[in-house]
Each structure stands twice: as structure tokens, then as C-alpha cells.
Design a protein around this ligand. Structure first.
Ligand code: GLY
Ligand code: MN
Ligand code: MN
Length: 495
């Protein structure tokens, strides 16, 4: 029996720019390729049905992504523009973390493939030709189908390039030829950095840090004002998140018998079933953990009488996320002190929400919420004789208010983070922007400057707000906010 030759069993595909094997053609590490007979190789080549789909129609975003690419094209005439999806991150050996494509790539393509790269090629007469570079279906003849690391037999069927063209309304090409194309490219190029080391390496001598930063900034600012498709998706994200919060209240007895982990798992089930995943690590913080802003260990007890601060968001299948926080009494009723602190945060949030309107400065809602919190803290005697004005001027309230009052929301939970100050934190609010308003008060368990009964209480209330032509709309309004309403809602759900 003949040994299989490298010609028959090794995928014959180009290499990456660095001259290394790409993920797509690397042999699998499970050993099946060792000792495979020529008969098996021949057997694996044959007997497969043609499953090409000719009936596919463009996804609903296609018109939006085309318009967004046109905006990008108009801003950078005559330049080659490159936006990668990102690559798989190894967890260990041949296992990987779940893949989530870069948000700018999704915004411009609606595609979610790992290793994809969008290239806008300048045309002679002006404008750009957009091409999506993707890994095509696995070749059956050269063994790639079953022998390579990204073979479809193992990873599942991919769309063909033609199918992707139909779905996305975007020309597609084999990603394995991209590095040759980039190596040959002349003229100005910009790349969105931090997503694909191979692409960046191929472009190393062709791009500048300043040019690429300007590109990143423009992309971020493009996403500040949401279009109709995005708003519909964000609405759905908020609705699904509300259902996830209801799920959590329904199992609070089981959470008490287990831990914060039960809450995290319960919300995740909703996120995975209705959406893609959670939009960020859920904060399931019971008792004093609620005072830790980034509590994501979620391994502590859930005790009757404590508050549960749940900050979580469903990410939709189009990858838009909600970001909602409710602080709930585990037993279903607030204690008088919990309610006093809760009401202070609620009033601050209401003041913040009312400051959200077109033309208002982005900073207004933060100032409004901080002022209310400061007034309450002063009224509780926590600053001795200092006036509200003086405390506010010195920022002393921040010991207990800790964080900013909100951020833009969209494909990323902290959306548009590369936007310049004059368009974001220093700019005016515009219709179509979506942001969170999320003040809080946090009294650490070891804070000796507050009365003992305050220690270990943390409250945050967070909603997702759309700036409209004449004011605002609370996208997350399906969840109650007022203390009485929260108690009534919980009573209808608690087991
Ligand atoms: N969950 C993250 C935030 O509220 O900003
Ligand atoms: Mn937030
Ligand atoms: Mn949040």
C-alpha cells in the first residue's frame, strides 16, 4: 500500500505574508492526517452533494452597510482602506475562545466571519470598490476539507464566496490571496489596527500610526448616530434583556441556595437563546459585592435581606447590546435604609435622563445626576458642615458616586470609544445617539466614614436612552425603576 504523498494530502494553498501556514491550511493536530491511506484520501474526495444555495437574498442590513461604506469612501478618496474582522484567540493548544468580530467590520459588512477582511480599493474615476476577503468553502480534492485546521468537516459548513455575495451585497474574494494583494499595493493605505497581526505585518511599511489613528477615529464617530436598523436592534436588545431580568427574579430562591453564579447562568441562557451572547461580562453582585463596580467573579452568596445589583445586557444576533442595571431586594422588599439610598439614586437618574435632549451638552446629564447625589449625601450629614456647592466644587461626593454617569451604546457596550472629545464627551447630543444613564451610590463595607448601617450597600440604576428630535426615549422602559414598582414587579415573579 502506498503511503499518501504530501501532494495528495496537504492542502495546496498560499501562505500568509509572513511565509507561515495560515490557520486555514494548517494541518489538524489530532493525528488523523498521519497514516491516512491513499484509498482513504480518494474516498474522502468523492460522494459529496452540491449544496450551493442559489436562493439566498440580501440580509436586511445590506442597504445600510452599503451606505456606511459610501460615507467612508467619501472621507478617504484615493486611499486603500482595510478593516479586519479579527482572528481567533487561542485558549490552549487547538482550542479557541469564542469568536466575536470587531464592531467596525460588522458595521461595514454585516458579516461575522473570523479572519475576514474588508478592503475598499480606490477606483480610477473616484469612489471605492469594496471587496470582502473571506475563507471560501473547503476544497474536497486536496484534502483541506478534512485535514486542515479550519476544514469544514470539523468546523462546519461555511458560506461559499458566491453565497456571501448574495447575502451581504458585497463582492467576495479568497482571503488567502489578500497578502499578495497587499504586498503589491501602491499608494496610500490605512488599516484598522489591533485586529489582525498578519494584515498589519503585510502593511508595515505602507501605513502610518497617525493615518491609522485618524481612520479609527472616523469609524468610531460614524457610529455615534444610529440608523433605523441599529435602533430596531437596540430596542430588541433591551426587550430581551428585560426578559432576562425577569428570569433572574423567578429563580432568586435557587440563587439563594447556590450563589451569584446561578444568576449569571440564568441571564446567560436568555442571552444565548434570544441573542448571540451577553454584550459584556454580567455583574451579578449581591450584598457588599454591589459596591465593587466591576464585580464579575459572581461567586458569592445571595442572602435574604441583601440587595442584588444586576448589570447585564443581551447582545443580539446582529451584535448590538443593551446595558441595563437594576438593584433588587433579594427578598422582594427594600428595607427603609435601602429604599432611602435607592430613591436618591433614582432621583439622580431621573434628573440625568431629563437632561438628555438634542443640543444639550453631553456632560449635562452627568452634572445633573451628580448634583442630586451630592445634595442627598450632604442631607444625610456625610460631609459635616460643608455645603452642597463646596462638596460639588471639590468633587468629594465621588468617594461614593465613583464613576461617570453614562456612555454611548451600540455594537460595543462602551461604544464609539475612539471618537474625539468634541464629538463625544465634549460635544452636543444629537438625535439618534443612544447612551446609558447610570448613576450609583456605593458605600464600601470597610468605609469608616459612613454610619455602620450604610456599609456594604451599593445601588446603581441604569437605562438605555435614545436621543430623539424633541427629547428622549427610554429604550429599556420595560423594566420598572421606582422602588414600589420594583417591589410589585418582583412580587409577580418571585417563586
Ligand atoms: N456594564 C458596564 C457599564 O455599565 O458601563
Ligand atoms: Mn453602562
Ligand atoms: Mn452596565
Amino acid at each position: 500500500m502506498n503511503e499518501p504523498t504530501s501532494e495528495t494530502l496537504e492542502p495546496q494553498t498560499p501562505r500568509s505574508a509572513q511565509g507561515e501556514e495560515t490557520e486555514a491550511v494548517k494541518p489538524r493536530k489530532n493525528g488523523l492526517d498521519r497514516g491516512a491511506s491513499e484509498e482513504l484520501a480518494e474516498n474522502m474526495r468523492q460522494g459529496w452533494a452540491d449544496t450551493e444555495r442559489h436562493d439566498l437574498e440580501a440580509v436586511p442590513q445590506a442597504a445600510h452597510t452599503a451606505r456606511r461604506r459610501a460615507v467612508l469612501s467619501a472621507r478617504f478618496p484615493g486611499e486603500r482602506l482595510i478593516v479586519p474582522a479579527g482572528t481567533l484567540k487561542v485558549r490552549a493548544n487547538d482550542t479557541y475562545h469564542p469568536f466575536r468580530p470587531g464592531s467596525d467590520y460588522v458595521y461595514l459588512t454585516a458579516d461575522q466571519s473570523e479572519n475576514g477582511v474588508l478592503v475598499l480599493e480606490p477606483k480610477d474615476g473616484g469612489g471605492h470598490e469594496a471587496t470582502l476577503h473571506l475563507l471560501p468553502r473547503s476544497d474536497r480534492d486536496n484534502g483541506e476539507f478534512w485535514l486542515s485546521a479550519r476544514g469544514e468537516l470539523w468546523d462546519g459548513r461555511r458560506n461559499s464566496l458566491a453565497e456571501n455575495e448574495r447575502l451581504l451585497g458585497l463582492a467576495s474574494a479568497d482571503i488567502r490571496r489578500l497578502t499578495d494583494l497587499l504586498a503589491d499595493a501602491t499608494g496610500p493605505v490605512r488599516v484598522l489596527r489591533g485586529l489582525d497581526a498578519g494584515v498589519e505585518e503585510a502593511l508595515r511599511d505602507k501605513v502610518t500610526a497617525e493615518g491609522d489613528e485618524e481612520f479609527r477615529t472616523f469609524l468610531s464617530e460614524m457610529r455615534l448616530v444610529k440608523d433605523d436598523f441599529e435602533l430596531a436592534d437596540l430596542r430588541f436588545a433591551c426587550e430581551a434583556t428585560a426578559r432576562g431580568f425577569e428570569d433572574v427574579v423567578r429563580v432568586l430562591d435557587k440563587a439563594q441556595a447556590n450563589s451569584e453564579r446561578y444568576i449569571e447562568g440564568t441571564f446567560f441562557l436568555r442571552a444565548r437563546v434570544e441573542g448571540n451572547a451577553v454584550g459584556y461580562a454580567s455583574i451579578c453582585a449581591a450584598g457588599p459585592h454591589a459596591t465593587t463596580i466591576h464585580w464579575v467573579r459572581n461567586d458569592g452568596p445571595v442572602r435574604p435581606g441583601d440587595l442584588l445589583l444586576l448589570d447585564a445586557g443581551v447582545e443580539t444576533r446582529n451584535l448590538y447590546t443593551a446595558d441595563i442595571t437594576r438593584t433588587l431586594p433579594v427578598s422582594g422588599r427594600f428595607t427603609p435604609l435601602q429604599r432611602t439610598i435607592y430613591d436618591a439614586v433614582l432621583d439622580a437618574q431621573q434628573a440625568g435622563i431629563e437632561a438628555v435632549k438634542p443640543g444639550a451638552s453631553y456632560r449635562d446629564f452627568h452634572e445633573a445626576a451628580q448634583r442630586v447625589l451630592t445634595e442627598r449625601l450632604v442631607s444625610w450629614g456625610l460631609f459635616g458642615d460643608l455645603s452642597v456647592e463646596r462638596v460639588f466644587e471639590l468633587g468629594l461626593q465621588r468617594r461614593w458616586t465613583m464613576h461617570g454617569t453614562g456612555h454611548m451604546l451600540g455594537l460595543d457596550v462602551h461604544d464609539c470609544a475612539a471618537a474625539r472629545a468634541e464629538r463625544y464627551v465634549g460635544g452636543p447630543l444629537e438625535p439618534g445617539m443612544v447612551l446609558t444613564v447610570e448613576p450609583g451610590l456605593y458605600f464600601q463595607a470597610d468605609d469608616l466614614t459612613v454610619p455602620e448601617e450604610y456599609r456594604g450597600i451599593g445601588v446603581r440604576i441604569e437605562d438605555d436612552i435614545l436621543v430623539t428630535e424633541d427629547g428622549r426615549e427610554i429604550l429599556s422602559c420595560a423594566l420598572p425603576r421606582g422602588a414600589d414598582d420594583v417591589e410589585t414587579w418582583m412580587a409577580s415573579l418571585l417563586p
